[in-house]
Ligand binder design. Structure first.
Ligand SMILES: Cc1ncc(COP(=O)(O)O)c(C=O)c1O
Length: 508
């Protein structure tokens, strides 16, 4: 059986391809007996393993058949060849060769956002030695082994129903656990029927946009704001109106340009993203009054309020709202880990059916075993224990960060919004009081990742501010990072240690 191997790829694939072309050319006739793997291996000078793997592929694809007692034969009827790809002749309807397909308007908007904004949270770039990337939980604090045990238990005991498509609104076990927790800890008196489980807040926002917004509608967003929300609304083709954020949180402008009232307002009341300001009770009531007057919905994104270090937590807007205007969005990305992709919506009754329908169309429902495991994690008290423990640990990191900022920057830095959450917005200025340019780039060159706040504004401020996420960092890394940052900015900011000088250093 003289045939040549083509030298491309793994050896067994070369042997497989050579045999297959002999079979297709009928040099090896249908029904003919193939040599034993031992004989083939000896003939080709390859290992027997290689010959066996090549035969397995021929058997799997139907070119050969195993016969008890008579080894392997060429299949009497050959499998149909897969057609060669038609890439050269196929044209996408309405497009020139090589050009992009004609997208829907929504598709084109989405692509433009992705291109303009580096959509996604880029985790591929080079890693700085200390990365103050915000929005990440304290991975090391999560009781991973316990979670694996609970997940394993659910997987082992999974019934047929657990392995089937789940309800699009989410499994009742989880919605009950969430309703109970929201009642006890967030002052939201809801029922499981008003909760829809989603794949993180991002999907929650996307579903809300799908069911409530048409192109040309208006949406009020905080200035500055969370980009994940802005992008969803921009992709929906709405007009964005900025509501300025001051020390009391977002303020609905008294007069908005034009006649058409916004369809909805997006807010982060417990820990404004990115400034960290807490929306005061007065402003909460004003916002709800405005919603009642105009008929707008208010989307309350409560992404990290569980980490409150000082003072009392205010009741969620959804708990105060008596009129069904608030759409509450919760997520487990900060409290557990983002790859879990589980979050939930608490909806006004009138929105439950349309949102469940949109969820069903989007993905038919979130993964069931994870939902059931999360329900166990909450009901068995592990979630509260985890939060209490990690609140203490993260609180210590926060103290270290604030102390390091003070020590290395003195009154040239002002930390804002540190009472809650996992990041601090730090305003930095140079010795002569001027803003510093390219803080993030300068820091990166010194091995520190900090994130400029300018990206979160429709109209960036004159001040230089950076977001410092500290959740997953050790206290040592935090000190090292701040020291490096101070040294890197030394030229412009003159960051010598200032010892005990407190003026201008404020914790809010
Ligand atoms: C304001 C805000 N909302 C929500 C999220 C979480 O999004 P998700 O639940 O989709 O992971 C983040 C994450 O950084 C955030 O900053």
């Amino acid at each position: 059986m003289p045939f040549a191997l083509d030298d491309a790829g793994p050896l067994y694939q070369q042997v497989y391809r050579a045999l297959r072309s002999e079979i297709l050319a009928q040099s090896l006739a249908p029904g003919a007996r193939l040599p034993s793997t031992r004989a083939l291996a000896a003939h080709l000078g390859v290992s027997r393993n290689v010959a066996m793997l090549a035969y397995e592929q021929l058997l799997g694809e139907g070119y050969a058949q195993a016969r008890t007692g008579s080894g392997t034969i060429v299949a009497p009827a050959l499998p149909e060849e897969w057609p060669a790809p038609r890439a050269k002749t196929l044209r996408l309807a309405g497009s020139a060769r090589g050009a992009e397909p004609r997208l829907s308007r929504a598709g084109a908007r989405t692509l433009a956002i992705a291109r303009g904004a580096r959509l996604g949270w880029d985790i591929r770039g080079p890693r700085p030695a200390v990365d103050f990337r915000f929005g990440r939980p304290a991975f090391g604090d999560f009781p991973h082994a316990l979670w694996c045990r609970l997940l394993g238990r659910r997987a082992r005991k999974a019934s047929r129903r657990d392995l089937d498509y789940g309800p699009p609104e989410g499994r009742l076990e989880l919605r009950e656990a969430l309703a109970d927790r929201l009642r006890r800890f967030r002052g939201i008196d809801t029922t499981p029927e008003r909760i829809v489980v989603v794949n993180g807040s991002q999907q929650a926002l996307d579903l809300v946009a799908r069911v409530l917004l048409d192109p040309g509608d208006r949406v009020l967003i905080e200035e500055p704001h969370y980009l994940g929300a802005r992008w969803v609304f921009a992709a929906a083709g709405v007009e964005l109106l900025a509501a300025p954020v001051d020390g009391d949180g977002m303020r609905v402008p008294r007069r908005l340009p034009g006649q058409k009232p916004p369809r909805l307002a997006y807010v982060t009341p417990s820990h404004q993203f990115p400034t960290g300001v807490v929306l005061t009770l007065g402003r909460r009531l004003e916002l709800l009054d405005w919603a009642a007057r105009t008929g707008a919905f208010v989307v309350e994104d409560d992404y990290d309020s569980e980490y409150r270090y000082a003072g009392r937590r205010l009741q969620a807007l959804a708990g105060i709202d008596g009129e069904g205007h608030v759409i509450y969005v919760g997520t487990f990305s900060k409290l557990m880990f983002p790859a879990l992709r589980l979050g939930y919506l608490v909806l006004p009754e009138s929105l439950v059916a349309p949102v469940v329908a949109a969820k069903a169309l989007a993905d038919t429902g979130s993964p069931v075993l994870e939902q059931l495991t999360l329900a166990d994690f909450i009901r068995e008290g592990h979630f509260e224990r985890h939060l209490n423990r990690s609140r203490v640990r993260i609180g210590a990191r926060r103290e270290t960060l604030l102390a390091a900022i003070h020590e290395y920057f003195g009154d040239r830095a002002e930390a804002s919004g540190a009472a809650t959450g996992l990041h601090v917005l730090t305003w930095i200025r140079s010795r002569d009081g001027r803003p510093i340019t390219s803080v993030a780039r300068t820091a990166l060159a010194a091995g520190v990742g900090v994130y400029s706040v300018a990206a979160y504004y429709l109209r960036p401020p004159r001040r230089s501010g950076v977001l410092l996420g500290y959740g997953p960092l050790s206290e040592r890394q935090i000190r090292d990072g701040v020291a490096r940052l101070a040294a890197a900015l030394g030229g412009e900011a003159g960051m010598a240690r200032t010892g005990g000088q407190r003026s201008g250093w404020r914790k809010r």
